[in-house]
Structures are given as C-alpha cells and as structure tokens.
Design a binder for this molecule. Sequence first.
Ligand code: AGP
Length: 615
Amino acid sequence: MCGIVGYIGHREAYPIIIEGLRRLEYRGYDSAGVALFDGTDLKISKTKGKVSDLELRINEEITKTGKLGIGHTRWATHGVPNDVNSHPHISNSGSLVIIHNGIIENYESLKKELITRGYKFQSDTDTEVLINLIEEVKTKEKVKLGKAVQIALNQVVGAYAIAVFDKTRPEEVIVARLGSPLAIGIGDGEFFIASDASPFIEYTKNAIYLEDEEMAIIRFDKKIKVRKIKDDSLVDPYMQELQLNLEQIEKGGYDHFMLKEIHEQPKAIRDTFRGRLLRNEAIIKMAGIEDNMKKFLNANRIIIVACGTSWHAGLVAEYIFEDLARIPVEVEYASEFRYRNPVISENDVLIAISQSGETADTLAAIKMAKSKGAFVFGVCNVVGSSIARETDAGAYTHAGPEIGVASTKAFTTQITVLSLIALRLARAKGTISSSDFRRYLLEMELIPEKVEKALESDKHIRIVSDIYKEASNFLYLGRGFNFPVALEGALKLKEISYIHAEGYPAAEMKHGPIALIDENMPIVVIATKAEHYDKVVSNIQEIKSRKGKIIGVITEGDTVVRKLADHVIEVPDTIEALSPLLTTIPLQLLSYHIAVMLDKNVDQPRNLAKSVTVE
Ligand code: AGP
C-alpha cells in the first residue's frame, strides 16, 4: 500500500504535504514525490528513497510555491523503486498529474491500447497508464476532468485511491477510491486529501471517508461534489467528526502495528490472490511460474530456504507441495544451508521466502545455490528488494508494509502464494483432479472471510491470555499441515512476550517433552478436524492425565476436544491443507495479548530487528 496526500486552499501546500507524507510513511517507503502548482506551472519533484531523501533533493524554489499540490510515498507493486517509477505521474501532454495507492490489474491491456494510439511511457507503473487513459478519454470525449476520470475508472479492474488535477484548470482536484482508503478533510475554504486523517488532523476534525466506487470533485471555492463512479449519480456524503489522535491514526486506530497487521490479513490474503486466482476460468495465473513451468515440472526436488517465520511458511509449503503436486521438497534454514556445502544440481529449484527481501542468510543461500546452477524463485513482500532482484523469477506477496517486528500477515500471505504455486503445478502435472482443483479455488476465495470469523474470537482469547500470562513456559503442538503452525505460534509468543515456548509435532510428546508437563504448563494444541484428528485427541488425553492445562484450537462445532480441554478457541472449517491460514490467527492474538498484558514493547521487542541484514 502507499500513502497519498493532497491540499487545495489558502495555505502553502508544500509544508502540509511533506509533513503528511512523513506521517504516512508507515504505509510505504520505497520512494516519494510531490507535484505543486505554483499559479502558472506544474512543479514535480520525486525520488527513490524515503520522504527525508525527497526533502534533501527538492529544489528550494518549488517548496515556496502553490496552494495546490499532491504527494505520494510508495510501496511498489508494479515497477521497482526508482526515480522514474516514483509518483506523481504526468500524462503525455504534461497537463494531468496523478498519485495512486492500489493495483490496476488490467494495466497491461490498457497500456497496449494506449501505445497503439501513440502514447509513450516513461515508467513501468500501472499508474502512468491510468493518467494517460484519463487523458485519452478527456481528449477523445471532449469532457471535463471529472467526467474523464469517471469514464476511465469504469474501464479499470483493480484497486485505487487516486488524486488527479489538470494544471490548465488548477481550481479543482478529483479523487476516487475502490479498495484503498481515502479521507477528505473539510477545512474553512480549504480541503485535505489523504490515505488516513493523520496529515490533516491538526487542521480540521471534519472528514468525509469516500466509500468504494465513489469519487469527489473538490473545488476550494465551492462545496465538494461526491458521485458514484458507476453511474455519475450524486451522493450525500457522511461528514465525520474525528475523535482520534495522530498516533492512533497511523496505527489505524489499533494500539500496535502488530494488531493492525493481524487484522489486515483478510485484505492482505485477498490482495495476494487477486488477479492470480481466476475461479470462473478455473485457472491460476502467475507469470513467474508460467514462464518457468518446465523448470518446476522437471525439477528433481524443490529446496525451500528461509529464516524464522518465513521458514515456518516454507514448512507448510512442504506439506502442501508434496501432498498436491507430488514434488519432493526439503526445507532448509538459510543460515545452515549456506554453510554446509549442500549437494545442489541444475535440476534443483530453490524457493527463497522472505518478507523483507533483505535477510542476509537467505540472500547468501540464494547466491550459493545460483553458483551451483540451481534455478531460484523468490517469494518476497518488498518489490525490488535485494532478494527479489537476486532471484531468477518470483511472486510477490501483496501484504503491504509489515511494520511490527513479529511477522503476521507476511506468514499468511506467503502461505497463500505458495498454495497457489502448488495448486498450479499440481494442475500442470495432473496430480489433482479438476473438481478438486476447483474446490481449492473456491475455498481459497472464502479464506479472507473465514479469517475475519477467526478474528472474532479476540475477546475470548484476551480472557485466556489473562489466565496464562504469568506462565514461564508454553508448549505448542500440531500435526501435519499444522505442525509448522505450532512452531510459528511458539515463535510469536517467545519474540514478543519473552516467555519460553516450544513447538512440537503432537506425536513427538512421548519421546521426551511430555516429561515437562505438570499443572503449571499451558499446552496449546491445534486440534482442528483433520486426517489425524483422533490421534491428536489421544495426545490431548495423555496431556490431561498429567494435569497439563490445554488450550485447544478447534474447528467450529467440535464437541469432543471442547470436553477435554481447559479452553478452546474455534476457527471455521476449511480444507486441511489451507487450515494453517486460519489456525495461526488465534496463536497470533494469544501472543499479542499476553505480551500487552506483560507490558512488553510489542512492535519493537528487545534484541530484535524487522530485517536481519547481518549474518
Ligand atoms: C518473525 O516474527 C521474525 N520477525 C523473524 O523470524 C523473521 O521472520 C525472519 O527474520 C525472516 O525475515 P524475512 O522474512 O524478512 O526474511
């Protein structure tokens, strides 16, 4: 996601915009830029890097101009972070300028059409396509900017929050949204535009939040006009009186980025499969896989390298790939793999998983594997990161910036991408029937709402957290696809509450760890409906007979474990291979609430960093 800011009114625009971008930098920080109208011409300054880099580069003259301007801080989705791909983007005529937060899925076909009409493109972005589409409509239909934006957006598939103005008509700004937030601050003869209210909270508490498929024509000497994009009908917008303070707004009203990111998972998962999971056509479309299909299908094996939570996502992928695509998979800690002189051949495919795309051990493992002839595929969350650039091909998770050190939405979006890859390969190999393939596609589409449902247990989980927050140790148990989730749940608890926790395969208890169990030991058992459910029930009975305190993660409606466990947390039923996307949710919330109750620094735990760029 990106941050957008705009201003039109009686004040100097630049100071408001640049401070607003600083406040929105949590939304994305690959590059930043501003466009200001100085009364006669359009001045644009943009750069790769942070807002502070923009401030260093911007020409002093520009900053003193204009009472109309827009600004953008980028989280790249199309086109690597560099100056040219930074926003704002201008149309071929040089008159229209746009900033955009979102993803235009059909930008390639729109771009091809515009090129045939003589348009030229400087950047690789979908946004530059959109501003030229608006220009094409405006010119061809001989309509005003507002109408041109409305017509153009009806040709667009994807998500957007945009602000557009025409330097030849600097008395208005057009904004529109679908799937990305957009707030309009209503001042006294001035208007503010932003992804959230943080850029204008000190100027006005009155705001309109556009709804999806709405647009607004903002003229600072007149009232705002809000319209439906679909049919241009007028909308009577709801004016809100903001109660939030600045810090709360940056966190979207949540107390911590981690909690915000836990709750962003339905959207992050949906954004990650959007445009790739095409249920109606019953296909999965991922360019990085299609272009390298032979390498995957002829691979002797797939080696997954990663660290921490990403390594846990790799373990889930091992179960899914082998179960669905019947391709041998091994999962390696990158830090071990890079030093142990492994046997690698050119028939091996390496998948590197990394949220930050900057983890030193993972990057080194990639380079070593490439030097031995392996084909390397990356699954990263940061476009243009070192790992994304080092790998031969890849697929991004579209989780948006993950600020909290404890990884949450990265984990579930990594599993989403890896599940899509496994399904695509299974389809290509014929190891999955078309009916099962469709069943998976249908179920994957339901996962975001099932995650929403799992999040509804938050209040109950807080109660359970309060009971066990003083425990010195926890055990986490799971089987099959949920064994890696047990490891991930233990890591979450350790890294933010500093309570010792270990994850084990449930059956492994009797080989030693069961000696740890007594009435002071909470054991989290993932006991959702699955092939080996009865065996997990037996494990629970073994624990119970030793007075262990059992917190069961169960499928909605389960009555068996409910009777045995001390506490249960329900998740919706789903296909077993996709269950990690749901069972991890209560474990994230459990660790979060315990850490908050222990007054720990949840977003920046001691000794940790968000990106481990050292060995
Ligand atoms: C997970 O909560 C931790 N923050 C850590 O284990 C992290 O997953 C690991 O450092 C790997 O980071 P990456 O995904 O950015 O490569």
